[in-house]
Design a protein around this ligand. Structure first.
Ligand code: PGA
Length: 251
């Protein structure tokens, strides 16, 4: 079943990247060579979406946004709507990243509204879920992840318009990763929930793993059942590291 799902390796540059960073994207483009057997995506800061589109034009590498407002337009100073991202050329937007949840107080219902906005604008929503270190220590990993899934995913989610990213908060930017057995257990439980709520679609939705993915651990993490790709933060800023992760699929 998992074999039929086309994996996605998405790089999230977060609030990193001035114009000079486009050189890394150019190197990703050059380094990919033949079209890889996976979707490859870069999610730059909103200021770089348009120039990144030009850098990647014709390469097949996709461009995504990192967040969006739930409304299409209006008096929301500093925000960017899903329609604006789509207009700039993005195909996808990340919503509910743990940094947004923690630093901007985004609750599940807000994340859900953002995912609905993404769909309204014709974008794929990458919906992030994951437990904190404390929740993990208390044995609450599955409970937290299942609750986030239940309340953050729109009812209209399909395999074509929605991607799940399981990102243990304690693994983000720390160099720590769960064991392969832990990742397998959580991803299998996510798959179960998706299949129960979205009959037919849930079996085909991509479930990415995120949190300290790097070239040295990508092959092991990406080979796990129900891991259909990666959401990569720090290692996506350097073309050689990002390409090293994508290469896990060629091996
Ligand atoms: P990291 O970030 O790869 O730097 O751990 C992952 C993420 O936040 O998506």
């Amino acid at each position: 079943m998992t074999g039929a799902i086309r994996p996605l390796v998405a790089g999230n540059w977060k609030m990193n990247g001035l114009t000079a960073q486009l050189a890394e994207a150019q190197s990703v483009r050059n380094g990919l060579g033949a079209p890889p057997p996976v979707d490859v995506m870069i999610c730059p800061p909103a200021t770089l979406i348009t120039p990144l589109m030009l850098t990647l034009k014709g390469s097949g590498v996709l461009v995504g946004g990192q967040d969006c407002h739930s409304e299409p337009c209006g008096a929301f100073t500093g925000d960017v709507s899903a329609e604006m991202l789509a207009d700039a050329g993005a195909t996808t937007v990340i919503v509910g990243h743990s940094e947004r949840r923690a630093m901007h107080g985004e609750l599940d219902r807000i994340v859900r509204a953002k995912a609905e906005a993404a769909h309204r604008a014709g974008l794929i929503a990458i919906v992030c879920v994951g437990e904190t270190a404390g929740e993990r220590a208390a044995g609450l990993t599955e409970e937290v992840v299942h609750r986030q899934l239940a309340h953050s995913l729109p009812d209209a989610a399909t395999a074509a318009n929605t991607v799940i990213a399981y990102e243990p908060v304690w693994a983000i930017g720390t160099g720590l990763t769960p064991t392969a057995a832990d990742v397998a257990r959580v991803h299998a439980s996510i798959r179960e929930r998706l299949q129960a709520r979205f009959p037919g679609e849930g079996a085909r939705m991509r479930i990415l793993y995120g949190g300290s993915v790097k070239p040295s651990n990508a092959a092991e993490l990406l080979a796990i059942d129900h891991v259909n790709g990666a959401l990569v933060g720090g290692a996506s800023l350097k073309a050689s590291d990002f390409l090293g992760i994508v290469a896990a699929y060629k091996a």
